[in-house]
Design a protein around this ligand. Structure first.
Ligand SMILES: *Cc1c(COP(=O)(O)O)cnc(C)c1O
Length: 369
């Protein structure tokens, strides 16, 4: 599914040297590379403030804390996503309200969001699932109309561009009040362990997030509020400083692999290829196909596996169906698109090191099935 070793080997000299520098300085916590990386990522993300932290899940939690929501207030979240988004809502004694996604883009359905709004709703977390942006223009309109915060989970879509109807281009994570991203190794920009960041255009939010991520202190040992210990390690920042230089190349390699899948699998009636939104570019963190109802997914996956081809199901069980959320009233919903996708999606190998012979082998095998 990923080839982290192959990716490392291409830039081994620079990475080894960058890590060596950290070892020689011994500034493992808050070394100068952390600040440097925040600056570079902020430049790449159109002049935004970046607050690095320990992982993408923490970024989401810090975002909710920085917005000062009160226990019992509701946050709308898609059910077809990774658990982090809803987990942090519940951890803070806020209430996740699960909504459905669009069957073609897999991202949150603005119509479903609008129906879920109540007087207790304070925020929407939109997830740019699998590598392309959710429908940000309608979501921004809904957020403005109902005075809600809009948080973007761009963990799978760092580098994707959203185009507004007036032609404005904005990078994923820079559109709402706060963007949250992850540097988990297999993401678009991955480090060699855990890492994450908040992205915002609002200086006051950035300042608050920075304080929360650092035990609620601005001045050492003076704690203004309850915070957490969530830092990006210097070694990870050093790795990311090198890898950020290659982000365009990484996205390009993923797009080339996707183009191969599109052209080699396009006339098979029993599977649907991922639809590309007119409003967003796609960075293909995943390449996710949807199988027809007539296809037995277990059998298909076993067949791929017998040919040595890995595949993954993102996600086999919707969040509103998870035991962890079963006590919530809001989990008692029927979300037909989400529930159907959980039964029928399958993600194919997608990473920066897929060579033509590997791609050919994969698509030949799929066609033979
Ligand atoms: C990876 C991911 C996260 C969490 O990131 P971590 O760094 O693993 O905590 C959150 N949301 C989505 C959509 C993700 O893909």
């Amino acid at each position: 599914m990923a080839d982290l070793q192959g990716q490392y080997q291409r830039i081994k000299g620079d990475i080894d040297e960058a890590i060596q520098q950290v070892l020689l300085s011994s500034k493992y916590i808050n070394g100068p590379q952390v600040n440097e990386f925040e600056g570079h990522l902020g430049e790449y993300l159109q002049g935004t403030e970046i607050v690095s932290c320990a992982n993408g899940t923490d970024a989401l939690q810090i975002a909710l804390m920085a917005l000062e929501l009160s226990p019992g207030e509701e946050v709308i979240v898609p059910s077809f996503t990774y658990v982090s988004c809803a987990e942090v809502i519940s951890l803070l004694n806020l209430v996740p309200i699960f909504v459905d996604v669009d069957p073609l883009s897999f991202t949150i359905d603005p119509g479903s969001v609008e129906k879920a709004i109540s007087p207790r709703t304070k925020a929407i977390i939109t997830v740019h699932l699998f590598g392309q942006c959710a429908a940000m223009e309608p979501l921004l309109q809904i957020a403005q109309k109902h005075d809600l915060y809009l948080i973007e989970d761009s963990a799978q879509a760092l580098g994707a561009d959203y185009s507004f109807s007036d032609g404005t281009l904005r990078k994923a994570g820079t559109i709402g009040h706060i963007g949250c991203t992850s540097f988990f190794p297999s993401k678009i920009l991955g480090c060699f362990g855990d890492g994450g960041a908040l992205i915002t255009r609002h200086e006051d939010i950035a300042e608050k997030a920075r304080m929360i991520a650092n035990h609620g202190q601005k001045t050492k040992y003076i704690h203004e509020r309850i915070g957490l210990n969530s830092r990006l390690d210097t070694i990870q920042a050093a790795v990311l400083n090198i890898k950020l230089k290659y982000i365009k190349e990484y996205i390009g390699s993923r797009r080339s692999a996707a183009n191969w899948y599109y052209s080699s699998l396009d006339n098979l009636g029993w599977l649907a290829l991922p639809q590309q939104s007119q409003h967003s570019s796609h960075v293909f963190n995943q390449f996710t196909i949807t199988l027809a109802e007539t296809v037995d997914r277990v059998q298909f996956q076993a067949y791929l596996s017998s040919k040595g081809i890995p595949s993954m199901i993102y996600y086999p069980l919707a969040l509103h169906k998870q035991k962890a959320f079963s006590s919530l009233e809001s989990a008692n919903v029927h979300l037909p698109v989400t529930e159907n996708l959980c039964k029928r999606v399958l993600s194919l190998p997608m990473h920066t090191e897929l060579e033509l012979d590997a791609l050919e082998y994969i698509t030949d095998a799929i066609r033979a099935f």
